[in-house]
Design a binder for this molecule. Structure first.
Ligand code: GMT
Length: 384
């Protein structure tokens, strides 16, 4: 039997897909007997407790006044990586989201020399499509990607965007390992009690639309509201907006102007929203860009059909006409039509729902994805 690996994982700890995927990988590796070290500013949101084999290492920055706003986080992170690698004899350092994590990993590796762990960089989306290719970050991000021992992306779309966005030849290997979902935790359950807690006067047949995100501009939250308003005109319904972020205020203002605030719930950032999700009828994701769309995957896993924009990696997750319906970016009219088409035809909705669940179980279960990361780690650590 191969010996357990010593793995460190760095990610953002905020309410976002990359941190959730990173945490899922770390916890699954620990369950398989590996030693897992999370290195981050704060414990990631899904790391509620520290199970056996898992430890957390906090990255602390100096509060020295001259350093304020000088962006010393990558240095503090690299220093913590060096400390953990030295103490724990790491085999692998897996960083999620290239900016600034891949650069910190490269710095740590330069310092550690022969004792350095192998570095895996998983790109998640805006680290390629938005932030990484910004002129302020491009040269260092490109360099740090090229210096990684292995690079992965959750979709073929993001792999191709990385090659083209950074001017990296497509002979440079980037492995596509699709994101995954815990299909037991995210399972169909049409129990409406949680929805009734949000809307005490909810009618038994009244449809509920749902959206989950960090409400950043890229999510086009006002398109969620526009789709909901058009659907509501034809078929009175409700909307649940799980999450929080900068676009919440404009969305709430728009709802006030439309006189629809009372039909919409904003329960805030919720880790345990699966029952709300599973009881809802359609998941909306009209994003400007998504490398993958983890929130859509979680909805599909619960058997909730998705109506989304046809961008980025979304078509790799949502099968148009089978598990959900896609529309051109910003085409809220078509999206509303898609939602109404599903709500008006119960047999069609049910067929979408059953196919959604089956497709997720077939293509996006956690174990096969973890197998792929584990064999990648073993390959790099020399034990494959
Ligand atoms: O979408 C966000 O704003 C968060 C971002 C992140 O870094 O957590 O999400 C990205 O990574 C997720 C996990 O791989 C993907 O499911 C999201 O599609 C991707 N977001 C974008 O590409 C905009």
């Amino acid at each position: 039997m191969s010996p357990p690996l010593r793995i460190a994982i760095t990610c953002f700890s905020t309410f976002g897909g990359s941190g959730m995927v990173a945490t899922g990988i770390g916890l699954a590796m620990a369950e398989r007997g590996h030693q897992v070290h999370f290195i981050a500013r704060e414990p990631p949101v899904r790391l509620a407790a520290l199970p056996r084999g898992v430890s957390f290492h906090e990255v602390k920055e100096s509060d020295y006044p001259a350093l304020q706003r000088s962006g010393t986080y990558p240095i503090a992170l690299a220093s913590k990586m060096i400390e953990v690698a030295t103490q724990a004899h790491l085999d692998v350092l897996h960083v999620h989201y290239a900016v600034p994590h891949a650069t910190a990993a490269w710095m740590a590796r330069e310092v550690l020399g022969d004792q350095a762990p192998r570095v895996v960089t998983t790109l998640h989306g805006t680290d390629t499509t938005l932030v990484g290719v910004h002129p302020s970050y491009l040269p260092m991000t490109r360099f740090s990607i090229l210096k990684s021992d292995a690079v992965t992306t959750p979709s073929a779309f993001l792999r191709d965007a990385t090659w083209s966005g950074f001017g990296i030849p497509d002979s440079f290997p980037i492995e596509v390992i699709a994101n995954f979902v815990d299909t037991e935790a995210y399972a169909p359950a049409r129990e409406r009690a949680q929805l009734k807690a949000l809307f005490p006067d909810l009618g038994d047949d009244e449809p509920v639309l749902v959206h989950v995100s960090n409400f950043r501009p890229v999510k086009r939250i006002t398109d969620v509201v526009a789709v909901f308003a058009q659907v509501h005109r034809e078929r009175p319904c409700r909307l649940v907006m799980v999450g929080d972020g900068p676009e919440r205020e404009p969305a709430e203002r728009m709802l006030r102007e439309l006189g629809l605030s009372h039909r919409v719930a904003f329960p805030g950032k919720q880790e345990r929203f699966v029952r709300v999700l599973a009881a809802s009828d359609v998941f909306l994701l009209p994003s400007e860009q998504e490398s993958f769309g983890l929130a859509a995957l979680e909805a599909l896993s619960c058997g909730v059909p998705v109506v989304a924009s046809d961008v980025g990696g979304i078509p790799e997750v949502v099968r148009h006409g089978e598990t959900g319906l896609l529309a051109p970016l910003g085409d809220v009219r078509t999206m509303a039509g898609h939602v109404l088409g599903l709500l008006r035809d119960t047999a069609r909705w049910r067929a979408f729902s059953l196919r959604a669940r089956a497709d997720v179980v077939e293509r996006f279960r956690q174990a096969p994805a973890i197998d792929r990361y584990e064999s990648l780690y073993r390959r790099l650590a020399g034990g494959a």
